[in-house]
Design a protein around this ligand. Structure first.
Ligand SMILES: Nc1ncnc2c1ncn2[C@@H]1O[C@H](COP(=O)(O)OP(=O)(O)O)[C@@H](O)[C@H]1O
Ligand SMILES: CC(=O)OP(=O)(O)O
Ligand SMILES: [Mg+2]
Length: 403
């Protein structure tokens, strides 16, 4: 069966077409076609890169419109040098990453008008993501009206977090009203947990893992017995680590002060905390770690401060996950920053040398991915894993149809 996957991130749109047979392989398959769209570099410009049939197509479209870009992407499936199918009708199913599934959706679900209503309703809690996810679903609905579509939720993997970690210490009514920790990046955390067990040749049930998903959005998860028992993101993808343009955890007293004394209303607050904070807010340059790095290289002190704060935030939260787990078999780095920033991985690990965790400097500097980058005598393994959210979504679609 042919499965089209759409994975809308806060500043990107990743898409893949997979062909799966009757049995699900243990390791990820290579997609027939893969597209990456990046809006983070230039306002209003979609930088597109498509890989298919050993061909690479790179182009830019001057648009902010996700439906327009998706329509373009579908054209490249059936025409030009990246063509891999003759007709879009050959696609059997489309799978979408949906960031917030709330209390209702704890596993992959066939999309119905009711599911769409819930995704829309939950947009208030994931304003950077759920609207983008819904746009993707509706764009496919317009272009391929009879295609079954599946939502795979980022919140699902965290649904077993114990109440002691999931309930906020406000009034109990909050919890009754659904204000609780949901956690996000679950598709990636779950994929990485399984991949870590495979790479270590260990049973996932016997492992204690901390997974550092560091992309534009950043979150950590603590995994024990294959289950997420704690994570840094919470009710929304705003809590926890300092991120590209999001602040992560800050004193809630700051919010009260801004609302009461600085005439900042809720919409403005939303904009500040989600879009104008984190690396971008502190550096004043960019949310993109690559641009922070080049600004540091040219002596920019605010970029340096932003980077140092990012490292501090990582140390602090890894420490919290470590305490929750009460021990650690492997620390996993993934996501655009986690996979590509060797210096950051080295700095993150430095604080945990007291555990006997030792990074192999050469492997850390030059590993293609899915590698153990700790020294042979390290007491904790350190893994670099190329997260494959798209593959994980495709396998969820496959399971929904075949089991
Ligand atoms: N070669 C690189 N070096 C450093 N950072 C990188 C590199 N490639 C990507 N990144 C970082 O990864 C981020 C995007 O991560 P990604 O996981 O793709 O994000 P998202 O899924 O949230 O859109 C970029 O903003 C950039 O900061
Ligand atoms: C949930 C989240 O923050 O996702 P992303 O990192 O793709 O923005
Ligand atoms: Mg992502």
């Amino acid at each position: 069966m042919k499965i089209l996957v759409l994975n809308a991130g806060s500043s990107s749109q990743k898409s893949c077409l997979y062909e799966l047979s009757d049995t699900l392989p243990d390791s990820p398959l290579h997609p027939l076609w893969e597209a990456k769209v990046d809006w983070s570099r230039h306002q209003g410009v979609a930088a597109i890169k498509i890989n298919a049939q050993d061909e690479v197509l790179e182009t830019e479209l001057e648009t902010d419109s996700r439906p327009e870009v998706i329509s373009y992407l579908l054209d490249t499936l059936v025409s030009g040098k990246t063509q891999v199918i003759d007709d879009l009708a050959e696609i059997d199913i489309a799978g979408h990453r949906v960031v917030h599934g709330g209390q209702d959706y704890r596993e992959a679900t066939l999309i119905t008008p009711e599911v769409k209503d819930t995704i829309l309703l939950l947009s208030d809690f994931a304003p950077l993501h759920n609207p983008a996810n819904l746009e993707g679903i509706e764009a496919i609905e317009q272009l391929l009206p009879s295609l079954p579509q599946v939502a795979v939720f980022d919140t699902a993997f965290h649904s077993q977090i114990p109440l002691s970690a999931a309930v906020y210490p406000g009034p109990y009514e909050w919890f009754e009203q659904g204000i609780r920790r949901y956690g996000f990046h679950g598709i990636s955390h779950q994929y990485c947990a399984h991949r870590a067990a495979t790479l270590l040749n260990r049973d996932l049930q016997s492992l204690r893992l901390i997974i550092c998903h560091l992309g534009n959005g950043c979150s950590l998860s603590a995994i024990r017995d294959g289950v997420s028992i704690d994570t840094t993101m919470g009710f929304t993808p705003l809590e926890g680590l300092m991120m590209g343009s999001r602040c992560g955890s800050i004193d809630p007293g700051i919010l009260i002060y801004l609302l009461r004394d600085r005439e900042v209303d809720a919409d403005k607050l939303d904009e500040i905390l989600n879009y104008a904070s984190g690396l971008k807010g502190i550096s004043g340059i960019s949310q993109d770690m690559r641009e922070i790095q080049s600004a540091i290289a040219s002596g920019n002190s605010r970029a340096q401060l932003a980077f140092d704060m990012y490292v501090h935030s990582l140390h602090k939260h890894i420490g919290a996950m470590l305490a929750t787990l009460g021990g650690l078999d492997a620390l996993v780095f993934t996501g655009g920053v986690g996979e590509n920033q060797a210096q950051l991985r080295a700095l993150a690990c430095e604080s945990f040398a007291f555990l006997g965790l030792k990074l192999d400097i050469a492997k850390n500097a030059d590993s293609p991915g899915d590698t153990d980058i700790a020294t042979a005598d390290s007491t904790v393994r350190v893994l670099l894993i190329n997260t494959q959210e798209d593959w994980a979504i495709a396998t969820e679609c496959w399971k929904l149809i075949n089991t």
